[in-house]
Design a binder for this molecule. Structure first.
Ligand SMILES: N[C@H](CCC[C@H](N)C(=O)O)C(=O)O
Length: 271
C-alpha cells in the first residue's frame, strides 16, 4: 500500500497470528534484501469495545510507534479490499488512542486524527514550560533554531524554511531526530508557507529518514503553523509525493486529514 508515496507492507493479523519483532521488520523493510517499505502496519482484532480493529505501526528501523497518518488511510483501504470490513466509517484503536477512518465516495480517505497535544512532557520533549505558540529555541550543533513542538500521538518538530527544495533535510533532519531533548527521538518537518491556505512540506521521519509524504507530519505542520498565527483552518499540504488536505478548527479540536490510499500488490511471505 502507499499513501502519496509513503509506502507500507500491511499484514492481516485478524485471520492469522503474526508475531513481529524488530529484526523481521528491518528485513522486510529493506528495499534490496527484503520487500521494501517505510513502515510495516499490522491489522489486529480490536482491544476496546468501541473499535473494529487495533492498528500497530513499525518504522523501517524496527521501532514500534504510536501513530501513522498515511498508514491510517491505507489501513482503511486494506480492511475493505480484504473483506475484513464492509463499513465506510471504521473506528480503530492505536497506541495513541482511537481514530476514525472515513472511506469517501470519491475513493479518498478522511481521518479524524484526534486533537494535537502541546504539553512538552507528553511528546516527550524536555522544555521548562509550554509556550503560547508551541515554539522553542533549540541548539542544534551549536546553532539556535526555533522549532514548533507538537504531538499527533507521535512527536513532531516543525521548522520554517524559505524554500523546501533547498531545506537542509539530509543534514539537520538526522541531527534533530536524535536530539537529546527528544528522549524518544522525533519526526522533523521542514515547512514553507506559500499562503495561509497552502504550504510545502518535507519530512525527515523518525525511524525511516526522509519519506515522500508524512500524514502526521502534515497535521503537525498545519497545527504548528496555526499556533504561530500563520495558517488558516483548511490547508493544502504539498509534499514531494503529492497533496493532503488538512483541517483544524483550533485548540482542543480534532485534526482532519484527507487524501488517497493505493494498493500496490498482494502477496504471501514464506517463513
Ligand atoms: N515515523 C513516524 C511513524 C510514521 C508516520 C508517517 N509515515 C505518517 O504518515 O504519519 C514516527 O516514528 O512517529
Amino acid at each position: 500500500m502507499q499513501g502519496l508515496g509513503n509506502d507500507f507492507v500491511v499484514f492481516d493479523g485478524v485471520r492469522q497470528q503474526i508475531e513481529v519483532d524488530a529484526a523481521l521488520v528491518q528485513r522486510l523493510a529493506d528495499r534490496r534484501f527484503g520487500i521494501g517499505c517505510d513502515q510495516i502496519l499490522l491489522v489486529e482484532p480490536p482491544r476496546s469495545p468501541d473499535t473494529d480493529f487495533y492498528y500497530r505501526i513499525f518504522n523501517a528501523d524496527g521501532s514500534e510507534v504510536e501513530q501513522c497518518g498515511n498508514g491510517a488511510r491505507c489501513f482503511a483501504r486494506f480492511v475493505r479490499d480484504q473483506g475484513l470490513s464492509d463499513r465506510t466509517v471504521i473506528p480503530v484503536g492505536t497506541a495513541a488512542g482511537a481514530i476514525r477512518l472515513y472511506l469517501e465516495a470519491d475513493g479518498q480517505v478522511r481521518v479524524d486524527m484526534g486533537a494535537p497535544v502541546f504539553t512538552p512532557s507528553r511528546l516527550p520533549f524536555a522544555a521548562d514550560a509550554e509556550t503560547p505558540d508551541a515554539t522553542y529555541p533549540l541548539d542544534i550543533a551549536g546553532k539556535i533554531y526555533q522549532i514548533g513542538a507538537v504531538s499527533m500521538g507521535n512527536p513532531h518538530a516543525v521548522l520554517l524554511v524559505d524554500d523546501v527544495s533547498t531545506a537542509p533535510v539530509a543534514t539537520l533532519g538526522p541531527l534533530l531526530e536524535q536530539h537529546p531533548r527528544f528522549s524518544r527521538r522525533v519526526n522533523v518537518g521542514f515547512m514553507q508557507i506559500v499562503t495561509p491556505a497552502a504550504i510545502r512540506l518535507r519530512v525527515y521521519e523518525r525511524g525511516a529518514g526522509e519519506t515522500l509524504a508524512c500524514g502526521t507530519g502534515a497535521c503537525a505542520a498545519v497545527v504548528s503553523g496555526r499556533q504561530r498565527g500563520l495558517l488558516a483552518e483548511r490547508v493544502q499540504v504539498t509534499l514531494p509525493g503529492g497533496t493532503l488536505r488538512i483541517d483544524w478548527a483550533g485548540q482542543g479540536q480534532s485534526v482532519w486529514m484527507t487524501g488517497p490510499a493505493v494498493r500496490v500488490f498482494d502477496g504471501e511471505i514464506e517463513h
